[in-house]
Design a protein around this ligand. Structure first.
Ligand code: MN3
Length: 222
């Protein structure tokens, strides 16, 4: 199968007490795997599409055959979002490095103002979805909430950080207390991973011409 469930980059219990081992095992082994399996099933008739990185497909949803567009958006989004999510968490958290800190200060006021905006965005997002810190190609930051498994890549933005606000992400540890989950999540954020993504976003904008050219050349299989 072309898309594979990436292993967790730490042990199931590594993010305790913020996230418990049972919840992590269920989230990674069951929920994330289900997105991967359904994505592979949907793209089985489209080997040319399945050979491309999921991020490239999400960046150009409109170019995909209509028969698979919804599955790429939902199942492919679920796979890409969770893959990034595991990568941007780390036991005990990590400090916010200089370049990204300066960008956050410039965009939001200071780190506390940013946190307050992120928290409010997450608390007020209706239903299932994610809260995101994103960058545009010019390096301008924004905080957005997106429903379901929608990806900022589909909006031409680069995701830097994301907090899972589906109930499966926090009910085992926080029940219905989404604000408590959002407040605790900061303790496991890997800021160095976000800063690295920020540097890469500014070096190679996501909507570069070569990738667009490949995507628009795609068509339905014969
Ligand atoms: Mn999830």
């Amino acid at each position: 199968m072309p898309y594979a469930l990436p292993p967790l980059p730490y042990d199931y219990d590594a993010l305790e007490p913020v996230l418990g081992a049972d919840a992590m095992r269920l989230h990674h082994d069951k929920h994330h795997r289900a997105y991967v399996d359904k994505l592979n099933k949907a793209l089985a008739p489209y080997p040319d599409l399945a050979a491309r990185p999921i991020e490239a497909l999400l960046r150009d949803l409109d170019s995909l055959p209509e028969a698979v567009r919804k599955d790429v958006r939902n199942q492919g989004g679920g796979h890409a979002n969770h893959s990034l999510y595991w990568e941007t968490l780390t036991p005990g958290g990590a400090d916010l490095p200089g370049a990204l800190k300066a960008a956050i200060d410039g965009a939001f006021g200071d780190a506390d103002d940013f946190k307050a905006k992120f928290q409010k965005t997450g608390e007020t997002l209706f239903g299932s979805g994610w809260a995101w810190l994103v960058s545009d190609a010019a390096g301008k930051l924004d905080v957005i909430g997106l429903p379901n498994q929608d990806s900022p890549l589909s909006l031409g933005k680069t995701p830097l950080l994301l907090c899972d606000l589906w109930e499966h992400a926090y009910y085992p540890d926080y029940q219905n207390r989404r604000p408590d989950w959002l407040a605790a999540w900061w303790d496991i954020v890997d800021w160095s991973a976000a800063a690295q993504r920020y540097d890469e976003a500014r070096r190679s904008p996501q909507t570069d011409a070569s990738d667009r050219g490949r995507a628009t050349a795609l068509s339905d299989p014969a």
